[in-house]
Design a protein around this ligand. Sequence first.
Ligand SMILES: CC(C)(COP(=O)(O)OP(=O)(O)OC[C@H]1O[C@@H](n2cnc3c(N)ncnc32)[C@H](O)[C@@H]1OP(=O)(O)O)[C@@H](O)C(=O)NCCC(=O)NCCS
Length: 171
Amino acid sequence: MTRLVTEADLPSLLVVNGDDAVTRYLPYPSWRSLEDARNWYARMSALQATGAALQFAVLEKQSGAAIGSCLLFRHDEASARAELGYVLGRAHWGQGYMQEALRALAACAFGELNLRRLEAEVDPRNPRSSLLLERLGFAREGRLRERWLTKGEPADVNVYGLLNREWRRPG
Ligand SMILES: CC(C)(COP(=O)(O)OP(=O)(O)OC[C@H]1O[C@@H](n2cnc3c(N)ncnc32)[C@H](O)[C@@H]1OP(=O)(O)O)[C@@H](O)C(=O)NCCC(=O)NCCS
């Protein structure tokens, strides 16, 4: 289940983004305090207000607690495309939760929002993330060298893309 992130989700999202195993292949440092969480929320809210991003909380159905987040960002209206990002708390890996959340997000992006193309960038050393995108039907389209600075080190990324017409194709 997903809905837009609210300030009340920040303690739960601090657990997710405060884990070095979760942020290992991401180009930002682990959050260390609620202040880090609040700063992120302020930046995200400002971006969301411009229409360039939508940030969702991924909720555990039973408890309603945020166990991760996923977002559409770098929305390019003229080309009808956007990028996907996602993080899930380590305790919840291996259960198909992010797949379920991203299917709903892609359905919204290709349906209601009428985007033509979704993109994602993934560190090639991050097999869980690559597998997730491949299961959703994304194609690996190329490699950008030293695209990110991850924990102070340059890191290559693989670029993945999924087209609306591929998503809609039956079977
Ligand atoms: C990337 C990330 C979200 C993937 O999480 P995940 O739980 O592996 O992803 P999915 O939701 O696709 O779940 C797939 C797993 O659930 C299992 N699963 C169980 N029930 C399932 C179901 N009903 N449907 C689908 N998969 C199911 C699959 O077998 C698979 O497990 P396996 O990989 O151990 O075989 C997570 O590893 C993460 O947050 N990493 C850190 C942040 C990050 O790297 N973000 C991406 C940046 S590019």
